[in-house]
Write a protein that binds this ligand. Structure first.
Ligand SMILES: Nc1ncnc2c1ncn2[C@@H]1O[C@H](COP(=O)(O)OP(=O)(O)OP(=O)(O)O)[C@@H](O)[C@H]1O
Ligand SMILES: [Mg+2]
Length: 318
């Protein structure tokens, strides 16, 4: 197949693939990936969540660590290295399938280094190749990328149609974002459909509006003038983060658990210990993820409508 036709087919198959990337660690990639996939699948969209991390925190966040189907990334490694077909774990939540990560991905960086020696930058298309047969079965494919492994982040940049960049407001998070922005242009030569969906402020103060403005300016510098910072942001809440990972529940699920939680005084009155309780902030954090999911859907729909209109204009002019 001619290279152009191949690229068009690839871009179409992966048109709803979103990768969470930032070269810096601890900026909220995993928490955002899992909560975005969780919100979208709860809203009725079918989602595939791909965990490219050896630390496999997605398994913890969704509560499936070591459960049936958790192969610690073996199948994902085989699919990327061309030795097998990707077979995600179905129904981790209704409408949500997962390609698990884990320590079986330990050798992925050295595998990719070897491949790049033989194939050059084309090797980076490996993740997209693994996803292509499956992606059209889903409304969204969401990829969580690892920190400080630029080779694996590049796999995401060469596979995704969209990238979503979480950042904290500190310099390190913003530097990590700028370093992704630099490699974005190279990746686009191999993956012409690649576009920036937006940046998201993670773990920030609700009232820190001057900080939000500063971040907006930093992002504009990194991306040559525009600042695609989402208005939605995820507020700082260590307790909700801890509750989520401890219980294997997403923010909107914690919100439901919170509503069903009996008042502490009722528990005491019944002579029981109140035990570990879900923080009331869970409802606000769940609201932040809902706002973000809605904004993502709006931005995607607008971009897709614009693409359709442009294609029709080109057709009309021929
Ligand atoms: N709303 C929140 N406020 C503050 N901290 C949070 C919030 N949600 C999650 N966290 C915590 O922030 C830390 C980083 O989150 P997360 O693991 O999603 O980042 P990451 O970018 O995927 O990190 P890594 O690069 O190590 O994979 C975790 O310890 C998580 O528990
Ligand atoms: Mg992570």
């Amino acid at each position: 197949m001619a290279k152009h036709a191949e690229e068009v087919e690839r871009t179409a198959a992966l048109s709803r693939t979103i990768a969470l990337v930032n070269d810096k660690g601890g900026v909220g990639k995993t928490t955002l990936a899992v909560n975005l996939a969780g919100q979208l699948s709860a809203a009725g969209f079918s989602c595939l969540l791909v965990d490219l991390n050896r630390q496999a925190n997605i398994a913890r966040d969704l509560g499936y660590r070591d459960a049936a189907g958790d192969d610690h990334g073996r199948n994902l490694f085989d699919a990327i290295s061309g030795r097998g077909v990707l077979e995600p774990v179905p129904g981790v939540r209704p409408g949500l399938d997962v390609a698990p990560g884990g320590n079986e991905l330990d050798d992925l960086v050295s595998h990719m280094v070897g491949r790049m020696g033989r194939e050059g930058l084309d090797a980076n298309l490996a993740l997209g190749n693994a996803l292509m047969p499956l992606a059209p079965n889903y409304d969204f494919v969401i990829i969580d990328s690892p920190p400080e492994a630029t080779i694996l982040v590049d796999l995401c940049l060469y596979a995704a149609r969209w990238i979503l960049i979480p950042t904290r407001s500190d310099e390190a998070g913003l530097d990590g974002m700028a370093s992704v922005a630099k490699r974005f242009t190279v990746a686009k030569q191999y993956n012409p459909g690649l576009s920036l969906l937006g940046a998201v402020l993670f773990g920030t103060g609700v009232r820190s509006t001057s900080i939000h403005e500063e971040v907006r300016e930093h992002i504009a510098q990194a991306f040559g003038g525009q600042s695609p910072l989402f208005s939605a942001f995820i507020r700082f809440s260590e307790k909700t983060a801890q509750d989520g990972r401890r219980l294997g529940r997403l923010a909107h699920e914690l919100e439901e658990d919170l509503a069903a939680q009996p008042a502490w005084w009722k528990v005491l009155r019944e002579g029981k210990r109140p035990g570990s309780r879900i923080s009331a902030t869970a409802a606000s954090v769940a609201g932040d993820y809902r706002d973000l999911a809605l904004e993502v859907l709006t931005v995607l729909r607008e971009a897709e409508e614009q693409e359709i209109a442009e294609a029709e204009t080109v057709k009309g002019a021929q």
